[in-house]
Design a protein. Structure first.
Length: 653
């Protein structure tokens, strides 16, 4: 047994160990551990670095053609039920291990600068380590039961980190919103998981797909029932990966510290949903109607997220809706059968979106001297502008991220997004048209963000809005090296990583091929088709960039004038399609009304019956106590009268 694979279980265990040791220190020796800020952070980062090194070794081994490796032990047994636990290392798991560990390590390094003055510094690192461990455990899980366990751990960690600043009402509410919304999807996942086990007798991904196909083909299981079970499982990724209609939690998750926003949006929570679709691909691909639902869910989510992002003024929330839109592309790619394309975009997006979020955190950090510790003002792009002069490294890396996500060649996002669009064009031209327009909107809102933040003149915050009305606030400043170094490192894969998946020599597809498929052979590229489809996506992206530059650099046409001219559409986008208001009216207020009605029934009917029973018992007791006088003659008289009454009744009858 090869040591490299034999000890792969250490990858999720090492960060868990770090979180447990530091967490125990915070509970048992709070003051001492809180003072050991830097040693605690270095300890946790060192463990993640070891996990990252091991992950890179496994990835390289898989690239070299090593067979997938599985190690299992029996975890629970009852009669014919046997549930095994363990870990699997295959191309998909190896890829996800590298993505999670590299992004997590860079986020931890960045957090040292960003959270340097926060009182909860040590607690934050313990949470980060637990979050990373949960996601690493999820990606090496060999069956649906183990995935579900780590799935819920990821959700718990996101709750802790989104509500990290729990003394802020908005953060506490955002954590609750994320938790409740994800419970809806997770309940569907649980039902689907149990239903598929009932039908197939296994929780193993491959075995489940093969058995389900056999049952449907032989008529032992209705195709409609199989589709319902698969859709229930898909509800889990809908919530975790913030797909319509369970997307509403993700923008509010920005209430957490920016490093955790980067980790959630790049490599952990939202990536878990796309990862589960990939793992369940053997089940989904056998059910065409389910694949269609998955594809259209992703396409609609991509379009919806982009239309909301174009009007947001909060830099982090604009990036959040960007994430929702890009996740829609990945889900859509999976839905049309482009397995490798969806995962390719997951990989490239993880790096450039992590860089963009960390870049936004650098901007917020640099703006704090201007606005004080007011997160709303520090994140509002209307008070920025010209920051490239003050923050050149942040500005340059943010520009790289904007070019990558906008699909400008040769940056990574062009190759991964274009591969998805090419697959969608062949599957459904109408869907392609919708997401092609979305690509133009993506380029527009990303460069709107870049121009409003880094170009032009520094607009500054009016003195009356500043903390303590400080008329002599400091200028913006570049972040420390612990924050800028991760940005520079992430800019490298954001620029170059796309070349591993070009259609001319698609090394990524050859490596990650879908379950049950052989390694793809080299195939000729239709150059004309590539130039037409690739050129059209680049063209719509350049059009979006051009419009953004005209509106936000030259001011012609004026954004305010356009917003006034299309006020209903502008308000529709600004209010995020009114989903929050709709859910507030239907679900939150509706549940409250239902609860009040149930309370009325409980008070008037249930309590009424109980109270009536007590009243009858009391009255009868009061009456009967006069018959309990202890005299035998009196009791005999009662018996005689009862017998006499019975005789008279019998005679008359």
């Amino acid at each position: 047994m090869e040591p490299l694979y034999q000890y792969a279980w250490l990858i999720p265990v090492l960060p868990l160990l770090g979180a447990l040791i530091v967490g125990f220190g915070l509970i048992a020796f709070s003051e001492t551990t809180s003072k050991l800020r830097r040693p605690s952070a270095i300890f946790i980062m060192a463990l993640m670095a070891i996990a990252m090194g091991h992950s890179l070794s496994l990835f390289w081994s898989q690239v070299q053609g090593h067979a997938p490796y599985t190690q299992m032990i029996e975890w629970a047994a009852a009669g014919n039920l046997h549930i095994a636990m363990g870990y699997v290392i295959d191309p998909l798991a190896a890829l996800m291990l590298v993505i999670v560990t590299t992004v997590a390590f860079l986020v931890m390094l960045y957090s040292d600068g960003y959270m340097a003055h926060d009182a909860g510094y040590v607690r934050f690192f313990a949470y980060l380590s637990l979050f990373g461990s949960s996601m690493l455990g999820l990606v090496v899980s060999p069956n649906l039961v183990q995935v579900y366990i780590f799935w819920e751990l990821v959700g718990m960690c996101s709750y802790l980190l989104i509500g990290f600043w729990y003394d802020r009402k908005s953060a506490a509410e955002a954590a609750q919103k994320a938790f409740v919304t994800n419970r809806v999807g997770d309940f569907g996942l649980l039902l689907g998981m149990v239903g598929l086990f009932w039908a197939t007798g296994t929780f193993d991904f491959g075995g489940m797909g093969d058995r389900l196909t056999e049952l449907v083909n032989t008529g032992l299981l209705s195709p409609s029932l199989a589709a319902i079970l698969a859709i229930l499982v898909f509800l889990g990724p809908v919530a975790k990966s913030a797909q319509f209609p369970l997307h509403v939690w993700l923008p509010d998750a920005m209430e957490g510290p920016t490093p955790i926003s980067a980790l959630i949006h790049a490599a952990t929570m939202v990536a878990a949903g796309v990862f589960l679709i990939a793992r369940m691909f053997p089940v989904f691909e056998q059910l065409p109607q389910v694949m269609t639902i998955i594809a259209w869910t992703g396409a609609f989510t991509a379009f919806m997220g982009a239309t909301i992002a174009i009007t947001q003024n909060d830099i982090k929330k604009s990036l959040a809706y960007s994430t929702i839109s890009q996740l829609g592309y990945m889900v859509m790619g999976m839905g049309v059968g482009a397995y490798s394309a969806g995962l390719f975009h997951l990989m490239t997006h993880a790096y450039f979106k992590a860089m963009l979020f960390l870049g936004s955190g650098s901007v917020i950090h640099g703006m704090e001297g201007v606005v004080g510790h007011n997160p709303d003002l520090a994140q509002d792009m209307r008070y920025m502008g010209g920051l490239r002069k003050y923050m050149p490294i942040t500005g340059a890396t943010f520009l790289v991220g904007c070019l990558a996500i906008s699909g400008v060649p040769p940056f990574a996002g062009f190759w991964s997004k274009d591969e998805i669009l090419g697959a969608v064009f062949h599957a459904n031209p109408a869907m392609w048209l919708l997401t092609w327009l979305t690509a133009g909107l993506t380029a527009f809102y990303m460069f709107r963000m870049y121009f409003m933040t880094f170009e032009g003149k520094f607009r500054n915050v009016p003195p009356e809005l500043r903390e303590h009305h400080d008329h002599h606030a400091a200028e913006p400043h570049e972040s420390p090296w612990t924050m800028t170094l991760p940005l520079v490192v992430l800019a490298i894969p954001s620029t170059l990583m796309g070349f591993v998946g070009t259609p001319f020599n698609n090394l990524f597809e050859a490596f990650i091929h879908a379950p049950g498929e052989e390694m793809v052979a080299e195939h000729a590229v239709d150059l004309t088709e590539f130039l037409i489809l690739g050129g059209s996506s680049v063209g719509i992206g350049l059009l979006g960039i051009t419009v953004a530059s005209l509106m936000y650099l030259k001011g012609t046409p004026s954004p305010q004038a356009i917003a006034k001219a299309i006020q209903p559409l502008y308000q529709f986008s600004l209010h995020k399609w009114y989903f929050d208001e709709l859910y507030e009216a239907v679900f939150i207020k509706g549940c409250r009304r239902l609860a009040r009605q149930v309370l009325e029934v409980d008070y008037n009917v249930v309590d009424g019956v109980v109270n009536l029973t007590g009243f009858v018992t009391m009255v009868t007791g009061e009456g009967l106590k006069y018959f309990q006088n202890g005299r035998a003659q009196f009791y005999a008289l009662i018996v005689l009268l009862a017998v006499l009454g019975f005789v008279i009744f019998s005679v008359q009858a």
